[in-house]
Design a protein around this ligand. Sequence first.
Ligand SMILES: Nc1ncnc2c1ncn2[C@@H]1O[C@H](COP(=O)(O)OP(=O)(O)O)[C@@H](O)[C@H]1O
Ligand SMILES: [Mg+2]
Length: 256
Amino acid sequence: MIEVRGLSFSYGDFSVKDVHFKAKEGEVLTLLGPNGSGKTTILKNVYGLLKPEKKCVFIDGRNFHSMSLRERAMIAGYVPQSHHPPFPYTVLDVIVTGLASQLSVFESPRKEHYDKALEKLRLLGMEHLRDKPYTQLSGGQIQMVLIARALVQEPKVLLLDEPTAHLDFKNQVKILGVVKKLTREEGITAVLTLHDPNLASIYSDRIALVKEGRIRAIGKPSTILREDTLEEVYGIPVHILEFDGFRIILPRAEVI
Ligand SMILES: Nc1ncnc2c1ncn2[C@@H]1O[C@H](COP(=O)(O)OP(=O)(O)O)[C@@H](O)[C@H]1O
Ligand SMILES: [Mg+2]
C-alpha cells in the first residue's frame, strides 16, 4: 500500500499542490491528465527523483523518503518514460542494472543476478530477447525491458511514467495487460501516468484526474470519467458511451 499525504513541489513557474492519494496492494491507480498537467512531476516526487517540500510518501506505513537508497530500490521500482543507454548493452545487462543498489561499487553482477534478470524476462514472455543489443529493440520491447529492470528487485510498488507513449495499438494493450497481470498475480501496487482517457478507463482500478498540478477528482473509472469532469480537465467537449461495462470517451469534434 502506498500513501501520498500532501505532496507539494515547485519548479518556479509550475507547482504541484497538496496531492493526496492511496493505492492498495494489487491495485492499478492511474494519474490521468493532459500534457503538462504535472503527472511526471508528481511521479518523480513520489519516487524521490525530485524532492517534495515534505517527506509525505508512505509505503506500508513507513516513510519512503527516510529509507536508505538500497531499501527504497527494493520497495519501489520506477519505469521512466524513455531511457537510452549510450552503449549497445544486451537486454540481460540492462535488466541487471536494476540490481545496482545491491552491489558495492567494485562488485560485478554474478550468476545469481543474471538468473534473477532472466526470471523477470521470462515472466514477461520476453526470454528470447536476452542477448539482443538493447539499442536494436522496438519501442514495445524497450518498455518491456524497462519493466523487467524495475521488477528485478521484486518491489511492492511499481511507478510507470506513460508506459504506452510512442507505442502502437497492440503494444499499448500488451504493456497495460502486463501491468494489470503483475498487480493481480504478484500483488504489486501500480501507479502509472497516462494521457489517454480510454486506456485509463479499461485498465485502471481507480483514476486520479490531474490538472495544473492538482488532483481534481479521484475514484473508480465509472465515477471519474464523466463528460463534465473530462471537459473541465481537457478543455474540449466529449461524449461518453457505455459498452460492455466500459466507458468509451469520444471527442465531440466539430465537422469543418
Ligand atoms: N525540469 C523542469 N524545469 C522547469 N519546469 C519543468 C521541468 N520539467 C517540467 N517542467 C514543467 O512542469 C510542468 C509539468 O510537466 P510534467 O510533469 O512533465 O507534465 P506531464 O507529465 O503531465 O506532461 C510543465 O509546465 C513543464 O514545462
Ligand atoms: Mg509526463
